[in-house]
Ligand binder design. Structure first.
Ligand code: GLC
Ligand code: GLC
Length: 647
């Protein structure tokens, strides 16, 4: 046993009798036995990161003990049905690797007004095949601007216009009964400035001031600012906000009303861990760790993805393993691809958004070239096979052109010019572009910008419908299906941004809302058009074409083991317009070929043979058996095909 393990051991030995005293009424019960079993199993995983983060505090042991006591209390309060789920998930930790997994994400108010409204849409989720439903932040938040709910004023109260916490719990139950896991945000980097903690800090309570980063003058902010990146440079330059009411500067990475929490203070960790368990006890099975990269600050650094952030996530994860083991984390780190990878592990986040794939799908669509996508996926997407990517095409956020600059240069692309091109392309400033997007947070200083717009509008549907051009409508529908086709066949958990399944277009009405007008991301957060969605069954409508195409891809994914948890091999297709990969599985392999151009493309016969498919194969989309001729395989414009070896 090395020194730190011995310390952990001794600490646990010291805590145990004190816990047994505090929870004497429970000692001897099966629930208590389950708790202590997990505490013993995961104590080390909790202790080690906490020592690294807070070991220097004179009262470290007190903090450690209070975290464990809190975990015990929350475990004892955990509903029995969720404890059953805990056992199930521990028994089958690979549950989310299933080929049947399919995620959806929505805003409660925009989708169905209220939580009850969402509950009434369960048949719709089942029709789509969802097994995972992410409800965007639904907690109490300031009236007016609140960053789409990402400024939380109380983690235990649902925004009254949406429903109640009891209603959320019932919804979680109904979803679970229908095979759907509830996903919520854990907005743990910041609270709103109306959270009771912030209010007490504003009232001058020194204890609560220390929950945040509040500075009496600009000395430290200026020091920090030198190495920070602006997240909202256009709307909100700088990372600090002056509050005249306390004549002080507050750290606000995002908007001025989002106050960064001070995790340097161990009390903040303990209290947020309790909020986390509260959400788990209400039925959330996956928590999305919002803005995870920013949660620890150190002067002289960019204050993103510091080693301490990883320890923080490990500590939260250990608390979950002890007191709510069914709970998983999904990392929201929209940063350099290698940094994204650094959050993905069993002891941190078991799931992660895949922003690299997302951004490069759009990059390939604009360029009709797949070189950058190919090299990036080959080199920067490998993760622990017990973890999973969440593969998405669009989210509520902007698209930032993330890729490694070195990778770009290796395939002959100038990274700076390329990002400028992509921004021009997707904002319609590039002649001949099919896309209708908007710039988000253009930074005049650096020339950077990101892109807003719905999948369909970015893929050309808005323009095509406007021009009433049937050929362009057809191409745009194919583009949407191509991107979703990759997300559905490349492994991991595919995630649908609801609305995309019926080709929802941009909604410009945010221009008229003063709380939203300076944030173009609202353009791709339209209210669900249920009249349009009702046309999803008529194949002659645009909605019907997108929906039936997507439904076919979903059925394929759900019916093909190799598309779920198999190993991924990116292949050289010898055609720069075609992205290809093989999914390997004991049950058989599948070769996926995706044509990113509006022209027909040929993949050489040898390439297909090379990946082990032989001379005859089956097209899984059509069930046709195809004999491969010497001329190779011709892919129609924007066609995605899944091929399995024929008999
Ligand atoms: C996250 C959210 C984004 C929000 C930010 C601040 O990254 O996805 O919408 O603006 O964090 O919470
Ligand atoms: C940045 C942040 C990300 C956030 C986004 C909001 O990309 O890294 O966390 O979601 O900004 O636009």
């Amino acid at each position: 046993m090395d020194n730190i393990e011995r310390q952990a051991h001794l600490s646990l030995a010291r805590i145990t009798p004190r816990l047994e005293l505090e929870f004497a009424a429970h000692v001897g019960t099966p629930a208590w036995a389950a708790f202590t079993r997990r505490l013993r199993a995961h104590f080390d995983a909790l202790f080690q990161p906490l020592v690294r983060l807070y070991g220097g505090h004179y009262d470290f042991f007190y903090h450690l003990e209070s975290v464990v006591g809190m975990a015990a209390r929350m475990w004892l309060a955990r509903p029995a049905r969720l404890r059953v789920r805990d056992d199930e998930r521990e028994g089958a930790p690979e549950w989310f690797q299933s080929e049947r997994m399919l995620g959806g994400v929505l805003y409660v108010d925009l989708f169905a007004d209220t939580l009850d409204g969402v509950r009434a849409k369960i048949p719709y989720f089942k029709e789509l095949g969802l097994t995972y439903l992410h409800l965007m932040p639904l907690f109490l938040a300031p009236a007016g601007a609140n960053d789409g709910g990402y400024a939380v004023s109380d983690y235990r109260t649902v925004e009254p216009s949406l429903g109640t916490m009891d209603g959320l719990e019932r919804l979680a139950e109904d979803l679970r009964a229908n095979g759907i896991s509830l996903v919520l945000d854990f907005v743990f980097n910041h609270t709103s400035d109306e959270h009771p903690w912030a209010r007490r800090a504003l009232a001058g309570d020194a204890e609560y001031r220390d929950y945040y980063y509040i500075f009496p003058d600009r000395t430290l902010p200026d020091q920090y600012q030198r190495t920070l990146r602006d997240i909202f440079p256009d709307a909100r330059p700088g990372s600090f906000t002056y509050r005249p009411d306390i004549d002080a500067w507050v750290w606000t990475t995002f908007n001025s009303f989002q106050w960064d929490l001070n995790y340097g203070n161990p009390v903040v960790f303990a209290r947020m861990a309790e909020e986390m368990l509260f959400l788990a006890n209400r039925g959330a099975e996956i928590l999305r760790l919002d803005a995870v990269a920013f949660a620890w600050k150190r002067a002289g650094t960019p204050c993103e993805s510091l080693p301490e952030v990883h320890d923080l996530v490990r500590a939260f994860n250990a608390v979950a393993r002890i007191a709510a083991p069914a709970l998983l984390f999904k990392s929201e780190a929209i940063v350099h691809p290698d940094e994204v990878l650094s959050y993905i592990s069993l002891d941190q986040c078991q799931l992660s958004y895949n922003p690299l794939l997302m951004a490069l799908l759009w990059e390939s669509l604009a360029t009709r070239e797949t070189r950058l996508l190919n090299i990036s996926m080959r080199e920067r997407s490998h993760i622990d096979p017990r973890c999973a990517w969440v593969n998405y095409v669009r989210s509520h956020d902007d698209i930032g052109w993330t890729f490694d600059d070195g990778d770009a240069r290796r395939v002959g692309i100038d990274p700076v010019g390329h990002r400028q091109f992509l921004n021009a392309f997707y904002t319609g400033r590039f002649a001949g572009s099919f896309a209708r997007g908007l710039p988000f947070q253009e930074n005049p200083r650096t020339g950077d910008a990101r892109i807003s717009g719905t999948a369909a509008s970015l893929a050309g549907l808005e323009q095509a419908v406007h021009d009433a051009d049937p050929a362009e409508i057809e191409l745009s529908v194919r583009r949407v299906l191509l991107l979703y086709g990759v997300a559905l066949t490349i492994g991991g958990i595919p995630l649908i941004y609801l609305g995309d399944e019926v080709g929802a277009l941009n909604d410009y009405s945010y221009h008229d809302d003063p709380a939203r007008e300076d944030d173009s991301r609202w353009v791709h957060r339209p209210r669900t058009d249920w009249t349009g969605a009702a046309r999803r069954d008529s194949p002659s409508t645009v909605e019907g074409r997108v929906y039936t195409g997507l439904a076919r891809l979903i059925a394929l994914r759900k019916g093909t083991l190799a598309l779920a948890d198999g190993a991924l091999e990116i292949v050289e297709t010898d055609n720069g317009h075609v992205f290809g990969y093989v999914r390997h599985h004991d049950e058989g392999r599948v070769l996926v070929l995706a044509n990113f151009s509006e022209g027909a493309q040929t993949v050489a016969a040898n390439t297909i043979r090379l990946y082990g498919l032989g001379y005859t194969f089956m097209d899984l989309m059509t069930d046709d058996i195809i004999a491969l001729g010497e001329d190779g395989l011709v892919l129609a414009p924007y066609q995605l095909t899944c091929l399995a070896p024929g008999q």
